[in-house]
Design a protein around this ligand. Structure first.
Ligand SMILES: Cc1cc2ncn([C@H]3O[C@H](COP(=O)(O)O)[C@@H](O)[C@H]3O)c2cc1C
Ligand SMILES: O=C(O)c1cccnc1
Length: 354
């Protein structure tokens, strides 16, 4: 049981207790290995230890939430693919045949596919969660993509979904998206929230060529000339999408329930930055999986002082990068929970049962 979801802005998110960190580091240093020899897995173990304190971290049940939504700005020819690919890929998720499904199987993760705002009347399916706010966002070159109440509603709906699953026993949350045009929305969010130049925020997305990239930059400049918000909810309303708003809500839901949330690539990181600007303490719960090949991702990672774990040249989205990192969280929890102390090994004593 949990309290009813409050207004996402007044949602209560507790920062982790950093005073526990030296104790966790000392515990890791006492284990049967040279201090620091598990490298950044030890940092991840510390983060999980802080999140779960005073309980030992658990990392058994992982669940990826994929939020699908269409973007009005797709009518500006900013993607090499038509908007109809969004709903077709949702079909592929439900058929179990997409990159999402393959990588979720490899990570032993459960999948939740959420219709956040696909521009189609999707047929009901037992594994499709209908949270559709609207059939696609508005074109942010001309007008705000979302209304403030749509943005708030999307955040609240996703936060609720995630906190309900955590209440039912999910240990690790991962987030991803599907939405043709969403690298343009994410670029606009990145530009507004970090102040980085547009050219540093815009990349090739699903594979724009040089001419396409130049056009995409011009479209982003036109939209950015219409409005220059800096407050996170205003930025989300002007330039976001239902997929991005729900990913921000998912981050807040995981943080409010004190569970780690693995952030996928560029678009998911833009949503995470919105969440962190709304609630700075949410940063403590974010695990940044990988460095995306998409140009603007480095700007977002710097803005959140994040060093991702993997650099595989990924640029798919769908939560695939977050899923490749799930085994690292399991390893990190195992290091803290199961690795013997060096003193026991040196005494020929392998733990309480010996
Ligand atoms: C077949 C296909 C599957 C995808 N899965 C994720 N994306 C990725 O590409 C889209 C963003 O790129 P842009 O902003 O250039 O449209 C998003 O849907 C993202 O998740 C895909 C893209 C395609 C074409
Ligand atoms: O980093 C990502 O998640 C990404 C990059 C390009 C296209 N789609 C997703």
């Amino acid at each position: 049981m949990h309290a009813p979801m409050r207004d996402p802005i007044t949602l209560s998110i507790a920062a982790v207790d950093r005073s526990r960190e030296p104790d966790l580091r000392a515990r890791l240093d006492a284990k049967a290995k040279p201090p620091g020899s598990l490298g950044r897995l030890e940092d991840l173990a510390v983060q999980l230890g802080l999140i779960w304190h005073p309980a030992p971290p658990r990392a058994d049940r992982a669940m990826v939430f994929v939020f699908a939504g269409d973007h009005g700005i797709a009518e500006e020819s900013i993607s090499p693919y038509p908007a109809s690919v969004t709903r077709l890929m949702v079909g592929a998720y439900l058929a179990g045949r997409a990159g999402l499904n393959v990588l979720a199987r490899a990570a032993s993760a459960e999948i939740r596919v959420v219709d956040a705002g696909v521009d189609a009347d999707l047929a009901p399916h037992p594994e499709l969660i209908d949270r559709k706010i609207r059939r696609g966002s508005r074109n942010s070159v001309r007008e705000a993509a979302l209304t403030p109440s749509e943005a708030m509603g999307a955040i609240a709906a996703a936060a609720r979904l995630v906190s309900d699953e955590i209440a039912s026993g999910v240990d690790i949350v991962a987030i991803g998206e599907m939405g043709i045009g969403n690298t343009t929305a994410a670029a606009l969010i990145t530009h507004c929230l970090t102040g980085a130049p547009i050219d540093d925020c815009v990349g090739r997305g699903a594979g724009m060529d040089d001419a396409g990239l130049a056009h995409k930059r011009a479209v982003v400049a036109t939209a950015a000339a219409r409005a220059q918000p800096t407050e996170p909810l205003d930025v989300l309303t002007e330039f976001g999408g239902y997929d991005i708003a729900m990913m921000a809500g998912a981050v807040l839901g995981a943080a409010a329930s004190q569970r780690p949330v693995v952030i996928d690539g560029f678009i998911a990181s833009a949503a995470a930055l919105v969440a962190v600007r709304l609630h700075p303490a949410a940063r403590d719960y974010c695990v940044f999986s990988h460095r995306s090949a998409e140009r603007g991702h480095r700007v977002l990672l710097e803005a959140m002082e994040a060093t991702p774990y993997l650099d595989l040249g990924l640029r798919l989205g769908e939560g695939t990068g977050a899923l490749t990192t799930v085994p690292l969280l399991r390893a990190a929890a195992g290091i803290l929970n199961d690795l013997a102390d060096l003193s026991d090994v040196l005494a020929g004593n392998f733990g309480p049962q010996a």
